[in-house]
Design a binder for this molecule. Structure first.
Ligand SMILES: *Cc1c(COP(=O)(O)O)cnc(C)c1O
Length: 378
C-alpha cells in the first residue's frame, strides 16, 4: 500500500497548476506580469512544492504573501524572486525584511518611518492605497492628495518605494453598481499614479488586478496581476464562470473504514440528529472536522463513492463521518472516496462544497488542516 493511502490526504496536480498559469498568462496583457499569491500555505496547497513549481517550471518571478514568516520561507525556495508582504510586519522586524530582500506593503507615513528606524539597510516597499476596500492603506478624498502623501513617503530616506497598489472589493461581481464601484477604485489608483508622475515620481510598479480583475477586467496599466484563487483553479465568486482551462488543482480523499447494514430506527452519530427510516447501508469514512472538513456539512455534504454521490448522515465527527451507501451496493471497507475532486463522470469542487455551508472555496482549501498530507502529482 502506498504510504499516504492511510486515512485522509489531498492530491495536488502540478500539471494542472502549470496549465492554470498558462491560461492566466493568456488572459493578461503582455505588459502585466503574474504575481503569484501564495499566502496561507499557497491557499492550503503547500507552499514549498507550489512555489518550486511556479518559480522553476513556470518562470514566475513575483510572489505575494501575508507575513514575514511566509516571505522568508518563499525566499529560501526562490532566491531570485521578488516577494511582497501584503499584510502587517511589526516594525521591530524591519531588519529581517531588508536582510532577506523582501518588499513590504506600506500603509502610512508613520508605519514607513517606524520600519526605517528598525533597519540599518533600505527597506523596499510598495505603498498601499485604500481606494474602497476599507482595510489598509492611505485613504484620501482625491488622487492629488493621495499622491502628495505617497510622494512624502517616497522621500523618506531609508525607504526604497518601488510601487503603489490597491485592492478591489467587488471585482468578482457583474452587478452594474459593483462594476461602477470597481471602475472608481481603478480610476483612483491610476489617477494617483499619474499625479505622482506630475510630481516627478515615476515608480516602476502600479498594480490593482486580483483574480477577479484578471478574469473580467484586464487592464494593461497594472504592471502585476496579483492572482491567487485562479492559480488554484477555483472561482473568485461561484456565480460567475471563470475562463476556459482553469481547473481545480487539489482533490481531497479518504477511505471507507467500515460498511454496515442497519435496520430502520438506528441513530447515527452525535446528537442523534439522524435516524434511519428504513434498512440502510451506512459507511464510515476516515475524515472529520479536525481535517478541515467542516462540521457544518453534517447531514448536508455529499461524497463520491465509486463515482456516485452519497449523502452524509448525522454529524461530522472530529476524525470520522458516516454516509448513506444504500445505493452503492459494491461499496466496501478500503474503498477510496472523493470529498473534493473527480470520480467517474461526477465531481465535487471546493466551490460547490463551500456553497453548501455558506462560505467560499477559498476558506475550504485554506481550511484543510496540517494533519492532511499533501501528495504531489505531475
Ligand atoms: C489575497 C489577496 C490577493 C489575491 O486575491 P485572489 O482573489 O485570491 O486573487 C490579491 N491582493 C491582495 C492584497 C490580497 O490580500
Amino acid at each position: 500500500m502506498k504510504p499516504y493511502l492511510k486515512r485522509a490526504w489531498a492530491e495536488v496536480s502540478l500539471r494542472q497548476l502549470r496549465k492554470n498559469i498558462a491560461v492566466i498568462r493568456g488572459l493578461c496583457d503582455p505588459a502585466t506580469e503574474i504575481m503569484a499569491v501564495v499566502k496561507a500555505d499557497a491557499y492550503g496547497h503547500g507552499y514549498d512544492r507550489v512555489c518550486e513549481c511556479l518559480a522553476h517550471e513556470c518562470g514566475i518571478k513575483y510572489f505575494a504573501v501575508s507575513n514575514l514568516d511566509e516571505a522568508i520561507a518563499v525566499r529560501k525556495l526562490c532566491p531570485g524572486a521578488e516577494i511582497l508582504i501584503l499584510g502587517y510586519t511589526p516594525p521591530e522586524y524591519a531588519h529581517e525584511i531588508s536582510e532577506n530582500n523582501i518588499i513590504q506593503g506600506v500603509v502610512s507615513m508613520e508605519y514607513a518611518e517606524a520600519l526605517c528606524k528598525n533597519s540599518p539597510d533600505k527597506v523596499r516597499c510598495h505603498i498601499k492605497i485604500d481606494t474602497g476596500m476599507g482595510r489598509i492603506g492611505l485613504r484620501y478624498a482625491s488622487p492629488a492628495e493621495c499622491a502628495a502623501e505617497a510622494a512624502r513617503i517616497c522621500g523618506i530616506e531609508g525607504l526604497s518605494a518601488e510601487g503603489i497598489y490597491t485592492h478591489f472589493a467587488v471585482a468578482d461581481s457583474d452587478d452594474p453598481d459593483n462594476i461602477e464601484y470597481t471602475d472608481r477604485q481603478e480610476k483612483f489608483i491610476t489617477d494617483t499614479y499619474d499625479e505622482l508622475v506630475k510630481l516627478g515620481i515615476k515608480l516602476p510598479h502600479m498594480h490593482f488586478m486580483n483574480s477577479a480583475a484578471t478574469c473580467y477586467r484586464n487592464n494593461s496599466r497594472s504592471t502585476l496581476a496579483r492572482a491567487g484563487i485562479i492559480i488554484y483553479g477555483l472561482h473568485p465568486d461561484i456565480s460567475l464562470d471563470i475562463p476556459e482551462g482553469l481547473e481545480p488543482v487539489m482533490e481531497l480523499k479518504a477511505v471507507i473504514s467500515q460498511v454496515k447494514t442497519v435496520p430502520a430506527g438506528v441513530c447515527i452519530s452525535y446528537g442523534r440528529t439522524f435516524t434511519t427510516d428504513r434498512e440502510m447501508r451506512i459507511a464510515t469514512v476516515t475524515i472529520g472536522y479536525a481535517d478541515g472538513y467542516s462540521r457544518l456539512l453534517s447531514s448536508k455534504g455529499e461524497i463520491l463513492v465509486r463515482g456516485k454521490r452519497c449523502r452524509i448522515v448525522g454529524r461530522v465527527c472530529m476524525d470520522q463521518l458516516m454516509i448513506d451507501v444504500t445505493d452503492v451496493p459494491e461499496a466496501a471497507s478500503g474503498d477510496i472516496v472523493t470529498l473534493i475532486g473527480r470520480d467517474g463522470d461526477d465531481r465535487i469542487t471546493a466551490d460547490e462544497l463551500a456553497s453548501v455551508y455558506g462560505t467560499i472555496g477559498y476558506e475550504v482549501v485554506c481550511g484543510i488542516s496540517k494533519r492532511v498530507p499533501r501528495i504531489y502529482f505531475d
